[in-house]
Design a protein around this ligand. Structure first.
Ligand code: ADP
Ligand code: MG
Length: 246
């Protein structure tokens, strides 16, 4: 019997894109309030796994449970799950023709049915939290990459999600901007937000992760604390990968 502490349960999930098998019998659980980091080479299935967790992709085999609810193709359930799970992407995905504030209020109004006033209040709170309230009336193109990514995080937070998924949130950033985004993510981790993060930022993983999963060719090869996986990897494939990124 699964514990109710497990906010995400992925059970024997496989996913195919035509002949390509992106996920091979993947199982993992995410405890409420924990931080889980996914590492692995490009093409190993990290994004697909994250996207299955909020049903941007639907698994072909296996089961995914989020907060006690089995994900299905039922549109009502999918919409509810997507509203409850925020996602932050590598390329920010802000609307270029909307201001920062409008970017953050849009989904709140449509999905959460909040009034403009309430949505703006919450947007400003979250912009303060990520340290860029003064950019509320700017357009994304007027912001640095690090600032845009912090807006994307504020946008996700404004939905008051149960879980935040991050897909390589710093890999499109110039080196000098990586820290400002990781610092925000560390604050969220300390605040007890459940997070699943695909990243190769070892410093972040060591500081924030409760559990690290190393993926290769659609499989979870090994899992453990950051110390276990980074300092005492059990498998040659993990060692090889770590030697390339460290
Ligand atoms: P990662 O995020 O670890 O780089 P992905 O989950 O993006 O890995 O990709 C896993 C595998 O699935 C790769 O072989 C990739 O080419 C394939 N794949 C991912 N998304 C699609 C898609 N929409 N259509 C076809 N193949 C895809
Ligand atoms: Mg990816």
């Amino acid at each position: 019997m699964a514990s109710t502490d497990d906010i995400i349960i992925v059970k024997n999930v496989s996913k195919f894109f035509g002949k390509v098998q992106a996920l091979r019998n993947v199982s993992l659980t995410v405890k409420r309030g924990s931080v889980v980091v996914l590492i692995g080479p490009s093409g190993s299935g990290k994004s697909t796994l994250l996207r299955c967790m909020n049903h941007m992709e639907i698994e072909d085999e296996g089961e995914i449970w989020v907060d006690g609810q089995r994900l299905s193709r039922d549109e009502k359930i999918i919409n509810q799950v997507r509203a409850d799970i925020g996602m932050v992407f590598q390329h920010f995905n802000l609307y270029p023709h909307l201001t920062v504030l409008q970017n953050i209020t849009l989904a709140q109004r449509i999905v959460r049915k909040r009034s403009q006033e309430e949505a703006e209040t919450i947007a400003m709170e979250q912009l303060k939290r990520v340290g860029i309230a003064e950019k509320a009336h700017n357009y994304p193109a007027q912001l640095s990459g690090g600032q845009q990514q912090r807006v994307a995080i504020a946008r996700a937070l404004a939905m008051k999600p149960k879980i935040l998924l991050f897909d390589e949130p710093t890999s499109a950033l110039d080196p000098e901007m990586i820290k400002e985004v990781l610092d925000v993510m560390l604050d969220l981790a300390k605040a007890g937000i459940t997070m699943v993060v695909a990243t190769h930022e070892m410093g972040f993983a060591r500081a924030a992760a409760d559990e690290v999963h190393f993926m290769d060719e659609g499989c979870i090869v090994e899992s453990g604390t950051p110390e276990m996986v980074f300092d005492h990897p059990r498998f040659e494939r993990t060692r090889q990968f770590l030697s390339q990124i460290l």
